[in-house]
Design a protein around this ligand. Structure first.
Ligand code: CTP
Length: 487
């Protein structure tokens, strides 16, 4: 299909070009914007490279359009940013590197557009269109998408357009050099492969494997941004298995790599938990875009290697892996500089609870067991059920359907109990303050004992979920503990 750029974008580029001409310089739209438009994934993130000072261009443009308040400059990095509506425009100066004989450190200096393209990470990210050419074509009414992708001459020195059509990720120059300039690019290669469902070219892959150890010098924050983009892609297993194959996983998430093994003893093996986990993530991804639910899938069996035992009678066991896994989530999130707020708590909670719904697949399951799960999962019960359903990864379709059917029944029971008892965001009707006031107590262990007894009695269905029933029960519990109400 023939695609041109959206007319709103063309107008913006023409306005930029007017400033470019006034400054008698050259500037280009480059990188992700051009790549994504050729792929038909329109984006409003625009990178502009100027052969003179990018910050000067940004400032002049902002002045001309009365939007100086939208200009942010980071002179130590030579970068300027302007936000206009949905657009985020980043301006940089074209650079070139030259090596002197006495130093391995390159000297970075002003360069041409070709110099700058050579310094970019991948051929598909080195595509550029001249802003002046956009303006000229617009003025001459010759935007022709038949002969040019997007209707403009794309400057493509390394065959990036062909790579886009062949779905290939490849560096414009020697990959060892590209990755040594910025080792994060190894993760970017994997991330683009996962996002776009592209192949990484064999020599680029080889170079990643060779240089994988250099990812250690990259900040965890930058790595996690790429990791999250892999996790958010349509089929995260593409990126995660590439990370494993290219030795990046064992440096970033060694707890995952360790799961890539199968132990066999007395002829009994266990499943490869690494590949099982990838299947679970893909299953979740088919049904939900929730990034942290995907993380819960990634972490759900992370405690297995540490709890693995072989018992003669039953074979391999992983008792308590959900509890060990829950603790590991916090350590991993801290190490990777992932958020330690409610998102981490959500992931830990789901890891801890992921075996619970399966235990409810039983005709004799009591309402109190369901109530307990509803109380513990709270508003995350639906996400937990999605994770459990995704955790069924047998090759045998009948088996999968049978297990899924079991969960239909569990969901039915959950809905029934929830409709009756409203336990999703439930708090027991009597709290610590009431207990202290009734028995004239200061904060102490006894308050906790009575509070827990009330909660348990309601969850077990021994007393009704009402204030009056809980109050009477509290007085009885007090008596057992030798306490009298003060009035
Ligand atoms: N780039 C690079 N090396 C990096 C990061 C970025 O060469 N380590 C270049 C690429 O040309 C890239 C451009 O800078 O296209 C913009 O980078 P960025 O905005 O991070 O990525 P995009 O390619 O735009 O992709 P996305 O928006 O999906 O992150």
């Amino acid at each position: 299909m023939v695609k041109t750029l959206p007319s709103q974008d063309i107008d913006l580029f023409c306005n930029l070009a007017v400033t470019v001409e006034a400054l008698q310089t050259e500037a280009y739209v480059i990188g992700g914007y051009v790549r994504d438009h050729i792929l038909g994934r329109p984006s409003k993130d625009i990178d502009i490279v100027c052969v003179d000072d990018g910050i000067v261009l940004a400032r002049e443009y902002a002045k001309a359009h009365n939007i100086l308040h939208e200009l942010k400059t980071y002179s130590q990095f030579g970068v300027a940013m302007i936000k206009i509506g949905d657009y985020e425009i980043e301006f940089v100066s074209a650079r070139k590197e030259s090596y002197t004989q006495d130093s391995r450190k390159p000297k970075v200096e002003k360069g041409s557009i070709s110099d700058d393209q050579l310094r970019r990470d991948f051929t598909i990210n080195a595509l550029a269109i001249s802003l002046t050419e956009i303006l000229k074509k617009k003025e001459a009414h010759i935007i022709d998408a038949q002969s040019n992708p997007l209707g403009f001459d794309v400057i493509d020195p390394f065959g990036g357009i062909e790579d886009l059509s062949k779905k290939i990720i490849r560096t414009p120059t020697d990959p060892d050099k590209t990755f040594s300039d910025d080792p994060l690019r190894m993760m970017r290669a994997v991330r683009f492969a996962s996002q776009l469902n592209f192949e990484i070219q064999p020599s680029t892959k080889e170079s990643i494997k060779k240089n994988a150890h250099r990812i250690d010098i990259v900040s965890k924050e930058r790595i996690s941004i790429e990791l999250n983009k892999i996790m958010a892609s349509k089929q995260p297993s593409i990126g995660l298995s590439l990370m494993e194959d290219l030795d990046l996983m064992k440096r970033i998430l060694p707890e995952m790599s360790i799961m890539n093994e199968v132990d066999i003893k007395n002829g009994k093996g266990h499943k490869n938990n690494f590949y099982h986990t990838l299947e679970v993530i893909d299953n979740v991804a088919e049904n939900s875009d929730h990034l942290w639910l995907r993380w819960a899938a990634l972490m759900h069996d992370i405690g297995k290697p540490r709890t693995k035992r072989f018992e003669e009678s039953v074979g391999w066991t992983f008792h308590g892996h959900e509890v060990v896994g829950e603790r590991m989530v916090k350590q991993i999130f801290r190490r990777l500089k992932l958020p330690l707020d409610h998102k981490m708590k959500f992931v830990s909670k789901l890891v801890r609870l992921h075996l619970r719904p399966i235990a409810l697949v039983n005709e004799n399951t009591t309402d109190s067991a369901i109530r307990r799960l509803l109380y513990e999962a709270g508003e995350d019960i639906d996400q937990l059920m999605l994770l459990c359903e995704a955790d069924i990864t047998s090759k045998n379709k009948d088996k999968v359907n049978r297990y899924l059917q079991n969960y239909v029944e569990v969901r039915r029971r959950i809905n029934e109990v929830e409709a009756r008892d409203k336990l999703r965001n439930w708090h027991p009707p009597i709290d610590g303050a009431i207990i202290m006031k009734t028995f004239n107590l200061k904060p102490c262990k006894t308050v906790g004992v009575i509070k827990t007894a009330i909660r348990e009695a309601i969850l077990d269905g021994d007393i009704e979920n009402t204030f009056d029933a809980a109050y009477t029960f509290m007085i009885e519990q007090g008596k057992i503990l030798g306490l009298e109400p003060i009035n």
